[in-house]
Design a protein around this ligand. Structure first.
Ligand SMILES: [Zn+2]
Length: 285
């Protein structure tokens, strides 16, 4: 899947745990008779979601993209979202690949919703500390500001304990939209899901991988009208997705999914209606 990137990066897929969200909220106006075939729900109408991070290592920089839901969650929260993970998932997962928390030099967060940034900090002895003591945390300026002053629609997704300590400990780097902030690694800014979400594009020679985050959370969302009810602006997402996927098909980008429980990544081509998958990489393949 990542063979084209080996010239520059060793890439590890870090599964930081699973959780569930309401299937209707994930699929917006799409009726359950359709989405339940591809994303079957439990008795409480919830569907499975992964939290699949990426670790890039070039021998010097060790860059983690996204941090999962973390371990600061109350038992009520764990039950509501059916969180399935070890007590300290990032530590355990990184260790299984031979890394310690101290080894990570950069953490890139696509946006600060709790299921993406929860693992950015952890709690120890009543204190909340950055999980990666030696890392710079890279976040878009626009999303940082939105997270500090959220609107009522996505206020519940921005929990200060996940990101305010990063600033207090001097580990925060705020970047502009659409900036190349590390060599070959750029943000692509989108505003439909939330303000200033940045997808992460990694380019080696003429090959690119894009970490699709919540623009295309599940494989099902490759269908243009399948848009989350959580999004702040569904019409904006519709436009952004159409433009992004058209470019992804033309340029043969590898699209990496954070939330899809079965599919890690795909390549697509334009079809009559939407886009067809031409390459697919499954979990445990
Ligand atoms: Zn989100």
């Amino acid at each position: 899947m990542f063979s084209k990137f080996k010239a520059k990066w060793k890439i590890n897929v870090i599964e930081s745990g699973k959780f569930k969200l309401d299937g209707g909220a994930m699929m917006g106006s799409v009726p359950k008779v359709l989405w339940n075939k591809t994303n079957p729900s439990d008795e409480l109408n919830r569907i499975d979601l992964a939290m699949r991070c990426l670790l890039l290592d070039n021998g010097k920089e060790k860059i983690l993209i996204e941090t999962g839901i973390g371990n600061k969650n109350s038992s009520k929260f764990i039950e509501m979202f059916c969180i399935e993970q070890s007590t300290f998932p990032l530590k355990d997962e990184l260790k299984s690949f031979g890394y310690e928390l101290e080894d990570i030099t950069h953490v890139i967060l696509t946006h600060l919703h709790f299921d993406h940034a929860g693992g950015a900090t952890y709690s120890v002895d009543d204190k909340i500390l950055p999980t990666f003591p030696n890392a710079k945390y890279i976040i878009s300026k626009s999303n940082w500001e939105a997270a500090l002053n959220p609107n009522p629609k996505d206020r519940a997704s921005y929990l200060h304990e996940n990101f305010v300590p990063l600033k207090e400990f001097g580990q925060l780097i705020l970047v502009d939209d659409d900036e190349e902030f590390l060599e070959g690694i750029s943000g692509l800014a989108f505003y439909g899901h939330t303000t200033g979400q940045q997808l992460i594009k990694i380019t080696v020679e003429n090959e690119s991988l894009v970490f699709c985050s919540d623009l295309i959370p599940l494989k099902s969302h490759l269908k243009i009208p399948w848009i989350m009810g959580y999004d702040l602006n569904a019409m904006k997402t519709l436009e952004e997705k159409s433009t992004f996927l058209t470019e992804a098909a033309e340029k043969n980008w590898l699209l990496f999914f954070y939330h899809d429980p079965k599919t890690i990544a795909v390549k697509i081509k334009k079809s009559e209606k939407y886009f067809d998958i031409i390459e697919e990489y499954l979990v445990n393949e």
